[in-house]
Write a protein that binds this ligand. Structure first.
Ligand code: CTP
Ligand code: MG
Length: 558
């Protein structure tokens, strides 16, 4: 993917590259912010939301439609930049960012609809189609501008990634490279905000002061290319709307029946997704859960979405994770590696169940980085952030959950973080060793305290929810899964240490940790000289199968 300065109408000169690559790269800093070391989550989110308000996604014939589209749209409005990508169906799209929201409104006013058809009811949406020119082609002056990204949402090819990881000279470089090559990129983030904006536009006419915000891995800095999109729909009253001195007040429809009124409204949301949200497919309603959600797939952007109502504590949790990730440049690469390793050894799983998920796993990494060792610690306790909160940091989420903590990391004294200077390789090994000897039977993991605390019950794995301390975020994890976690961290520590000695091999450094077991076993098969039988042998293994010895493989083949 190429990132180029595209000339005069473009304001990329103003873009900044954050210290080390991160999802905040390519965001503009206001001149008053230049001296700031850290941007706040709110600042990043409001820039992204604003960007989405000024952007459109247009389906085109191919990548070479760029010139024509650029010429056509620049007749109406000034363009900041155009990104190209393809969806799973191989269809081509261009995300266009305009200079102002007014520009975009002007374009939308001028859009046509499909030919009059009984089964189509037109609706303004930021997802458009660029119709081939009928009749005489207008002359379009060639532009000196070029696409900012080509094929911008393609994930890196796994074989290429392994090759690049194999040629790194240190394990720390491998961990950094894995992060750089697999993190959710700028276009991935833009598209997620476009999907949120599309819902907002449709719901705006039905609910006052509606907002649809991404949360979870799409915005917390721990998302990889292709990650799911968690969305929260909220319609909180503004202070102005709830001002008791106002004499004219809306007549409002009272919801009747049902467990919570929002369950009924979420049913409507499900219907709207099916009827009015272009690109939304496979809509599933899961309305009887503690947090009712509607799931759908967005086929124009290849994004799987989970939409819930008013889960603002989830948004504040994402903010907290984002802040921890931005405090020190080692936090995100280390977490990416751990998440990737857990998926490779089958500790995490795409389907819900009795296993650990990425969110509690991330809290485990943060907790490890809070430990005060001889080398010092890297992250502050959550208690420290709560104690430093000011009036401007007060946030109370639904069900009175107190989400108040220091937001502006520039106010955090230097001695509160990054005291330990160890490299990523050392930290990874220490992570595995730390949890290999952790007393899971007696102790709970609490990022509030930053040190192990006594477990309040006998659940196998106890990870305190920092915003709701009475809750365990890993209450679903079974005894067997917790045992497997202990076994796998021991294996990983051993494997990493053993792999650092002697010659570089296929499994060198982190490669042995992040490759799926099934593919590792297949590689071994190739080495024992049975490549001609691979097709049928492939079915002998599953991803979770223990690391098999070469003798074991030979006996399976007999
Ligand atoms: N969350 C929470 N409490 C939980 C579970 C989730 O507050 N017990 C919030 C967190 O902010 C989390 C978000 O909901 O990041 C989304 O949860 P989930 O999709 O499970 O995790 P992600 O961080 O999005 O990771 P993934 O990439 O696996 O989706
Ligand atoms: Mg998620």
């Amino acid at each position: 993917q190429t990132i180029r300065n595209t000339g005069k109408s473009h304001s990329f000169q103003k873009l900044i590259q954050a210290p080390l690559s991160s999802c905040t790269c390519l965001l503009r800093r206001k001149s008053s912010d230049v001296s700031k070391k850290f941007l706040s989550f709110d600042e990043v989110v409001s820039q992204r939301r604003d960007e989405a308000r000024r952007s459109l996604v247009v389906q085109v014939n191919s990548e070479s439609s760029f010139n024509e589209l650029y010429g056509y749209c620049s007749n109406y409005a000034s363009i900041n930049g155009i990104h190209h990508y393809k969806n799973a169906g191989g269809e081509h799209f261009m995300l266009i960012e305009f200079s102002t929201e007014d520009n975009l409104k002007e374009i939308l006013r001028s859009c046509g609809s499909h030919q009059k058809d009984n089964d189509i009811m037109a609706l303004q949406s930021p997802f458009l189609w660029f119709r081939a020119c009928s009749g005489k082609k207008e002359k379009i002056a060639p532009t000196s501008n070029t696409l900012i990204t080509k094929n911008g949402n393609a994930a890196i090819d796994e074989n290429l990634l392994c090759e690049e990881l194999g040629s790194c000279s240190t394990v720390s470089d491998q961990i950094q490279l894995l992060y750089d090559k697999t993190m959710l990129n700028d276009l991935g983030i833009r598209l997620r905000y476009m999907v949120a904006r599309q819902l907002e536009i449709v719901f705006e006419s039905l609910y006052a002061n509606i907002a649809v915000r991404p949360f979870g891995s799409s915005v917390n800095g721990f998302g990889k290319m292709g990650c799911d999109l968690d969305l929260v729909l909220s319609n909180n009253l503004t202070d102005e709307m709830s001002d008791p001195t106002k004499r004219l007040v809306y007549q409002e429809k009272k919801s009747e029946g049902g467990r919570g009124p929002w369950q009924r409204h979420m049913e409507l949301v499900g219907e709207l997704l099916e009827l009015r949200i272009v690109g939304a497919t496979r809509v599933q309603r899961i309305l009887h859960a503690r947090v009712p959600i509607v799931k759908y797939a967005h086929e124009f952007t290849n994004i799987d979405c989970d939409l819930c109502y008013n889960n603002m504590s989830g948004v504040h949790m994402s903010e907290l994770l984002w802040m921890y990730g931005s405090l020190d440049p080692r936090v995100r690469p280390l977490t990416f590696l751990v998440r990737r390793w857990a998926a490779a050894v089958g500790l995490t799983n795409q389907h819900p169940g009795r296993w650990i998920t990425n969110f509690p796993l991330t809290l485990m990494v943060l907790f490890f980085l809070q430990q005060k060792t001889n080398d010092g610690f890297i992250l502050p306790s959550f208690k420290n952030l709560v104690n430093r909160a000011g009036k401007e940091d007060i946030r109370i989420a639904e069900e009175n959950v107190n989400c108040t903590f220091l937001r502006d990391m520039n106010k955090l004294p230097l001695e509160c973080y990054s005291q330990n200077q160890s490299n990523l390789e050392t930290l990874l090994l220490q992570f595995f060793e730390y949890y290999a000897q952790f007393d899971f039977q007696e102790k709970a993991i609490s990022i509030i305290e930053g040190h192990p605390v006594r477990k309040p019950n006998a659940l196998p794995l106890y990870i305190v929810n920092p915003l709701e301390p009475a809750l365990n975020v890993s209450r679903n994890v079974s005894f067997e899964e917790c045992e497997r976690f202990k076994l796998e961290v021991r294996n990983a520590a051993w494997q990493l240490e053993a792999g650092l000695e002697g010659e570089k091999s296929d499994d060198w450094g982190v490669l042995g940790l992040i490759e799926k077991r099934a593919s590792r076993n297949l590689k071994k098969l190739l080495r024992v000289g049975n490549s001609h039988r691979l097709v049928s042998v492939k079915d002998l293994f599953n991803d979770n199968e223990e690391n098999i010895s070469e003798e074991g493989l030979r006996s399976k083949l007999q």
